[in-house]
Design a protein around this ligand. Sequence first.
Ligand code: NDP
Length: 239
Amino acid sequence: MTRFEGKVALITGGRSGIGRAIAMRLAAEGARVFTAQRGADNDETLGDAVTYLHHDVTSEADWAGVVGGIVEEHGRIDILVNNAGIFEPKPIADTTLDDWNRTILINQTGVFLGLREAGLKMRDHGSGSIINISSIAGLGGASMAHAYAASKWAVRGMTKSAALEFAADGVRVNSVHPGIIDTDMFKEFGGNTERIIAAIPMGRVASAQEVGTLVLFLASDEASYCTGQEFVVDGGFKA
Ligand code: NDP
């Protein structure tokens, strides 16, 4: 398939879960894909069309190096998926300032840095699509996940403001709000998974691929008139 032939994409947190599914799908459909994560080692199972980069999304220098390097090599960056994130659920009473700052730094500040670094290159080029992975926790309350919900609500607002700022320059910015997805993040959660699944109207969690399908639509020219919007993939959880 060649839907993304000639396109250059950067996916943060592409080592695992949703990011990995997006990277593999984009590569399979013709894109030149870069995945960025804290672990530096190459992952050959991703194939030749995917380049594995060391990149901590909280580092301004890493962002400048990664985006600058891609643009130097390919002359452009067409797609950014701000996917990297952490989920460290705790009651408010047990949330230390360090806990709070860590979640905000990765889940929110990391997205800001990506929007700025890649967004400005896209603006100069006159086109691009940025997809920010928020959560259903960015649409409603999330008990025992105060910092996480705050960061994901922020991503939603940042998406809308960036969309307004970049709209006239051909750069689209949207947020995706997954429900419960079968990745390491969910497996490591350790909560009452049976109770969670019972609360999902479709009666099951989603695969990372099901989120990837939505992200690919938003990344593609098929979504040419979509910007500043929230796209939910949650099996009816927040219906
Ligand atoms: P995973 O834990 O599988 O993936 C998270 C990825 O983020 C990892 O590859 C991790 O890499 C990377 N990452 C974390 N911190 C950093 C950092 N500072 N710099 C660079 N990369 C980093 O989880 P998911 O695939 O499930 O999560 C992907 C996104 O989807 C997250 O934003 C999450 O909040 C969101 N989401 C997930 C849901 C779910 O149910 N799974 C539901 C709703 C939203 P490393 O391990 O090397 O640090």
